[in-house]
Design a protein around this ligand. Sequence first.
Ligand code: PEP
Ligand code: MN
Length: 341
Amino acid sequence: MIVILRADVRDEDVKEVVDSLTGAGYRGADISRGVEKTVVGAIGRPTKDKGLIAEQLKALPFVEDVVLISKPYKLVSREFHPERTVIKVGDVEIGGEQVVVMAGPCSVESRDQLLSAARVVKEAGAHILRGGAFKPSTSPYSFRGLGEEGLKILAEARNETGLPVITEVMDTRDVELVTRYADILQIGTRNMANFSLLQEVGHTEKPVMLKRGMSSTIEEWLQAAEYIADKGNFNIILCERGIRTFEPYTRNTFDVNAIPVVHQLSHLPVLGDPSHGTGRWRLVAPISKAAVAAGADGLLIEIHPNPAKALKDGAQSLTFSDFGRLMRELQPLVAAIGRRL
Ligand code: PEP
Ligand code: MN
């Protein structure tokens, strides 16, 4: 921690800062008096929360700023675990050499709809079946999902195809129920900062896919992952799904930067979701390729037997044949970067 003081600071003010630092458990402080500023660098480790110490120091009239040097997350950081984490879901490994494709409809609408999608996901060579049973919705009047009935249909599709399934859990009260059916628990963008929900899934042993909040920084996203890891569950897969920007042409702006940034900062695998990242089916294939080229460990893609009749997210859903084509087009790209599909 570095404390920046005003140039005209008095000796007793500097002493007050040093006393606060040692009182907070730091071993000592390094003082550097400059012409424009005086800088106090804390040495050692505090016994109190760094964020709180910084806030308290900032309240002093002669303190201009406090800069935290170490990151506000630890368990999910690359420093803590230099090797990349590989998460096993059945026979699928996420974060390894394989680029893992999760695909399926936005929402489970019916048995026929999901089973037909599941067969296509399997035939196209994708690895995990997606489908929402509990749907977050901006409008209270739009489709909110089939609930447990949807989970049962997902389980049936898993039995038939052997594909593991991923589905969203939105409420702490549903974690136990969804955990009984799902192979991966999805935390959606609107719940990235639902800290009770993060802690609740952190108490389970299920892999969790944590989507980036649509208005969240990468650091906030990693802190959300830290909430899950802090409760003992390190099986966390991050998913970049686009953020809100000033550009209205696309539903969100897919932040391709986030993929290599996450790999630099964290040991966790990261997927790209070009469906929500763009909101337009025509952009799903090019942005899928961009994500894979940037190092994404996998993709989350929405498909539908008849996108024009989808109850949710039809405009961003691929038809079965377009999905098959994308899977074939990904082959040479994946090979070129030394991975496999
Ligand atoms: C979804 O995957 O269908 C979904 C609702 O995603 P997000 O939370 O990213 O909007
Ligand atoms: Mn969707």
